[in-house]
Ligand binder design. Structure first.
Ligand SMILES: NC(=O)c1ccc[n+]([C@@H]2O[C@H](COP(=O)([O-])OP(=O)(O)OC[C@H]3O[C@@H](n4cnc5c(N)ncnc54)[C@H](OP(=O)(O)O)[C@@H]3O)[C@@H](O)[C@H]2O)c1
Length: 293
C-alpha cells in the first residue's frame, strides 16, 4: 500500500493539500500527516488518516513520522531564519526513512531579482534546501510557489469598509496565484506519474496588477473602491495610525519593496499545465474572500 505523507498539515497550505488529495480519491488509509501538535489534527485522524508527531527541530520525530512513506511533501516552515537547519533535518529524515519521492514547497525563481540580479531576502533558505534535496539522490519535485495572492487580495477586500485602497506596489506585474491552486498542484504531483526530478515555477500564466485587482473587487462587490497609489512612508503612517507596530509596518513595506523589485513578477505556464485547468481568477478569489470576511 502506497503511503503519502504531508508535513505541516495543520497549516493553511497543508490542510488544503490533504483536502485536495481526498477530493482526488486518495484513500485516508494511504495518507499520513506529520504535525507538531497531533491534537490539532484529531479531525484528520477521525477520517482514518494516520496522524504522527513530527517536528523539524527534532530529527528522530520526523524520521519516525516519515518511516514507511513512499512520497513525502515537505511544506517549508514559517520559522524564517531557522529553516535551513529544519529543512535539512527533514531531507535527512526522508533519506533515512527510505522515501522514494520528495516534494518541496520552495519559492518562485525570484530567488534572483529580475531587474538587479540580487537574491530575494527569503531565497537563501529555499536554495539551501533545494541543494540538499538534489544531493540526497531521492527523486524530487520542487514546487517553486510564487506568493499567495490572498496576501494582496485580502487587504483590498477589507478596504471596501472605508472605500479607499492604498498601495505602494504600483503597476508591478504580479504572478501570484491562489493558495488553493498551489495545494492542488502539490496533490497532483504527489499522485500523478511524470513529475519526478522536475523543478516547477508555480505562478499565474499571465501577470496581473494592483489596479486590476481593485477593479475585480469593484466588479464582484458592486461597491465603489477608490484606489490610491501612495509611497511606503504613507503606508507606514496609515498602518501605525491603525494600531500596527513599527516592526509590522516595516515588514509590510519591506514586502512591497520585494514585490516592486520584481521578485514575484515571473509568470510561467507550469501551474496551469499541472492543474489541467485555468488558475483561480482574481474575481473568484475576491468572491471567496468576501464570503469568509
Ligand atoms: N508563498 C507565499 O506567499 C507564502 C506566504 C507565507 C508563507 N509561505 C511559506 O509556505 C508555508 C506554508 O504556508 P501556510 O500558509 O500553510 O503557512 P502556515 O499556516 O503559517 O503554516 C506554517 C506551517 O509550518 C509548520 N512548522 C513550523 N515549524 C515547524 C517545525 N519545527 N516542524 C514542522 N513543521 C513546522 C507549521 O506546523 P504546525 O502546523 O505543526 O504548527 C505549519 O503547518 C509557510 O510555512 C512558509 O514557509 C509562503
Amino acid at each position: 500500500m502506497s503511503i503519502i505523507t504531508i508535513s505541516g498539515a495543520n497549516g493553511h497550505l497543508g490542510r488544503l493539500v490533504v483536502q485536495q488529495l481526498l477530493q482526488k480519491g486518495v484513500k485516508p488509509a494511504n495518507l499520513r500527516v506529520s504535525v507538531r501538535d497531533v491534537s490539532k489534527a484529531a479531525d484528520l485522524r477521525a477520517k482514518g488518516i494516520d496522524v504522527r508527531h513530527g517536528d523539524f527541530d527534532d530529527f528522530t520525530s520526523i524520521r519516525d513520522a516519515f518511516a514507511g512513506s513512499d512520497s513525502v511533501l515537505i511544506i517549508s516552515t514559517d520559522k524564517v531564519g531557522s529553516r535551513i537547519e529544519q529543512h535539512l533535518h527533514a531531507v535527512q529524515a526522508a533519506k533515512a526513512a527510505g522515501v522514494k519521492h520528495l516534494v518541496y514547497t520552495s519559492l518562485v525563481k525570484a530567488v534572483i531579482n529580475q531587474q538587479t540580479g540580487a537574491e530575494a531576502p527569503l531565497a537563501e533558505e529555499h536554495r539551501a534546501t533545494e541543494k540538499a534535496i538534489f544531493e540526497s539522490g531521492i527523486m524530487y519535485t520542487i514546487l517553486r510557489n510564487s506568493f499567495y495572492a490572498e496576501i494582496l487580495i485580502g487587504p483590498a477586500v477589507q478596504a471596501l469598509a472605508s472605500g479607499v485602497y492604498m498601495s505602494s506596489i504600483g503597476n508591478t506585474p504580479l504572478g501570484c496565484a491562489a493558495r488553493v491552486d498551489y495545494a492542488e498542484a502539490a496533490a497532483l504531483v504527489l499522485t500523478q506519474p511524470g513529475h519526478g526530478n522536475k523543478v516547477y515555477e508555480l505562478t499565474t500564466p499571465k501577470a496581473w496588477t494592483i489596479p486590476e485587482l481593485v477593479q475585480a473587487v469593484r466588479n464582484v462587490s458592486g461597491k465603489p473602491l477608490n484606489y490610491r497609489q501612495v509611497s511606503d512612508a504613507d503606508i507606514i503612517s496609515a498602518l501605525r495610525a491603525g494600531g500596527a507596530s513599527e516592526l509590522e509596518s516595516q515588514m509590510a513595506v519591506g514586502m512591497n519593496q520585494t514585490i516592486r523589485d520584481g521578485m514575484v513578477s515571473l509568470t510561467a505556464p507550469d501551474l496551469e499545465k499541472i492543474l489541467g485547468h485555468p488558475v483561480t481568477s482574481l474575481e473568484e478569489q475576491v468572491g471567496s474572500i468576501m464570503k469568509t470576511a
